[in-house]
Design a protein around this ligand. Structure first.
Ligand code: GLA
Length: 416
C-alpha cells in the first residue's frame, strides 16, 4: 500500500459531537448505509498579508475551529455523489475524469469537481465516493469555506485510492485546481487548510511553497466579525478579484522594465534587490495613479508580514495590532477592496480596546479580524454587538457572525 499522507489521522476522536451524529444520520438516510471515512478541513482567518499570495509574496493566516466534515463511503466506479445537511445545497453527482464540465458559476459542486479534475489529470482510474457534507464555517465570509470543501474532497479521493503525495506538492496542485471555479487565487487557503498547526499561525512563502508555524501568544485573542456583506469568491467578487490580479501583473511588468531587469522578474526578486522605498520611487515615476496604488499595497503589505512575524514572536501585541490597522488602510485606500461595513467594524474594534483590526481575505465584504488581549476581548465583543449587530439582521445566532478564533490544526482524514 502506498504511504498515507501526513493528514491521515491515526487517533480516533473520542467525543462525538451532535453535529457529527447528525451527519451520520443524514448519510444513512441519503444512501441507506453507513459512512466509513471522514475528512475534516478547517476554515481560516488571514491575520496579515492579503492580495500578496498570487504575487508570490508572503501571508500569515491561521486555521480556525470552524470546520467542514465530509463523511464518505468509497464507490467502485468513478462517480462522486455528494449531498449536504444544509439543504440549500442540492445533491450533486459527477464522474471523476480529466475534463469535468463545470456547473453554473457559484454552484457548490464546482469545488468538488475542481479537486477531482486536478487529481484525475495526475492519476489514472480513481474511484469516487458517496458523501454527506456538514460545515459550520460561515459561507461567503472570507473564511475559506469553499476551499475547505475542495480540500476535503481531494483528500478523500487521495485516501480512498491510496495515493501518496507530499504536502507541499498537494498544496501547489490544489492552489491551481481552484482556478477551475474562475478565480485566479494564490495558494494561501489551500496551504493553511492542509498545513496549519494547533495554537499557531503560519507564515507562508511561495515559489517554493513553505509553511513556518509561529506560536500565537497565549494572551492574544483574534475576534472575527462578519460585515454581513456576502463575498462570494466564485460570484460577484470574482471579476473584481481577477482585475486586481491583472493590475498587479501589469504594474510588475512596467516596474521591471523601468528597472531594466529581465522580463519575468518576480515581486520577490525585485524586493530582495531593492528597498520598498526605492521600488515605490520607480513606481511613482512609471505607473499611472491606480497602478501606483496597487503596487504600493503589494510591496508594503509584504513588508508588514515580515514585521508582523517578528511582532508575534516577540509577543508584541501593540506592534502586531498597528501593522494590522496599517494593512487595513492599505487594502481600503490603495487596493480598494474594503466596504463601509468592514471600515465600520474596524473602527468599532479599535475604538473599544483592540490593538488593531483589518479586513481578512479577499475583501469586498466578508469578515474583519481584530487583535486584542484576553483582558480587552469582552469589551471589544460587547462594543461590536451593541454598535454593529444590534438593529441588523444576522441570521439565527450571533456566534455565527461574531466569535473568537482559536488557532487550530489543519485537515485530516480518518476511518470512522
Ligand atoms: C482569496 C484567495 C487567496 C488570497 C486572498 C486575498 O481568499 O483565495 O488566494 O488571494 O483572497 O489575500
Amino acid at each position: 500500500m502506498a504511504q498515507q499522507g501526513a493528514w491521515r489521522s491515526v487517533t480516533e476522536p473520542t467525543v462525538t459531537s451532535r453535529r457529527e451524529e447528525h451527519l451520520h444520520e443524514a448519510f444513512a438516510k441519503e444512501y441507506g448505509t453507513v459512512g466509513t471515512h471522514m475528512a475534516r478541513t478547517p476554515g481560516r482567518v488571514n491575520l496579515i498579508g492579503d492580495h500578496t499570495d498570487y504575487n508570490g509574496l508572503p501571508v500569515m493566516p491561521m486555521a480556525i475551529q470552524r470546520d467542514l466534515m465530509l463523511l464518505c463511503r468509497a464507490r467502485t466506479d468513478s462517480t462522486v455523489r455528494a449531498a449536504n445537511v444544509d439543504r440549500q445545497f442540492a445533491p450533486r453527482s459527477f464522474e471523476i475524469q480529466q475534463e469535468i464540465a463545470p456547473y453554473d458559476p457559484g454552484d457548490w459542486g464546482n469545488y468538488l469537481k475542481a479537486g477531482g479534475q486536478a487529481l484525475a489529470q495526475q492519476y489514472a482510474s480513481l474511484c469516487g465516493f458517496d458523501a454527506m457534507v456538514s460545515s459550520d464555517i460561515p459561507i461567503a465570509s472570507g473564511l475559506s469555506s469553499s476551499t475547505a470543501l475542495m480540500m476535503a474532497s481531494a483528500l478523500m479521493i487521495l485516501d480512498l485510492n491510496d495515493v501518496a503525495i507530499s504536502g507541499p506538492q498537494l498544496m501547489e496542485m490544489m492552489a491551481r485546481a481552484e482556478h477551475y471555479v474562475g478565480t485566479r487565487g494564490g495558494g494561501m487557503d489551500q496551504a493553511i487548510c492542509l498545513g496549519a498547526q494547533p495554537q499557531s499561525a503560519s507564515r507562508i512563502d511561495f515559489n517554493p511553497m513553505q509553511l513556518t508555524p509561529i506560536p500565537v501568544p497565549s494572551s492574544w485573542r483574534f475576534v472575527i466579525a462578519s460585515s454581513l456583506v456576502q463575498a462570494e469568491k466564485s460570484g460577484a467578487a470574482r471579476e473584481v478579484y481577477n482585475s486586481r490580479t491583472r493590475e498587479c501583473r501589469e504594474a510588475l511588468g512596467l516596474v521591471t522594465a523601468a528597472c531594466r531587469v529581465p522580463d519575468g522578474t518576480s515581486y520577490k526578486d525585485l524586493m530582495s534587490n531593492a528597498s520598498a522605498c526605492e521600488l515605490l520611487g520607480v513606481a511613482e515615476r512609471t505607473l499611472e495613479a491606480t497602478l501606483v496604488r496597487r503596487f504600493r499595497h503589494v510591496v508594503t503589505e509584504a513588508s508588514r508580514v515580515d514585521d508582523a512575524e517578528q511582532a508575534m514572536r516577540a509577543d508584541d501585541v501593540n506592534a502586531f495590532g498597528r501593522l494590522m490597522s496599517e494593512s487595513h488602510a492599505s487594502l481600503r485606500d490603495d487596493f480598494e477592496v474594503s466596504c463601509e461595513e468592514l471600515d465600520n467594524l474596524t473602527e468599532i474594534a479599535t475604538g473599544s480596546g483592540a490593538s488593531g483590526a483589518r479586513l481578512s481575505g479577499a475583501g469586498f465584504g466578508g469578515c474583519m479580524v481584530a487583535l486584542c488581549t484576553a483582558d480587552d476581548v469582552d469589551g471589544v465583543v460587547d462594543a461590536l454587538t451593541a454598535e454593529f449587530y444590534s438593529g441588523r439582521e444576522f441570521g439565527e445566532q450571533l456566534e455565527d457572525v461574531l466569535f473568537i478564533a482559536e488557532p487550530s490544526k489543519g485537515a485530516c482524514v480518518m476511518e470512522v
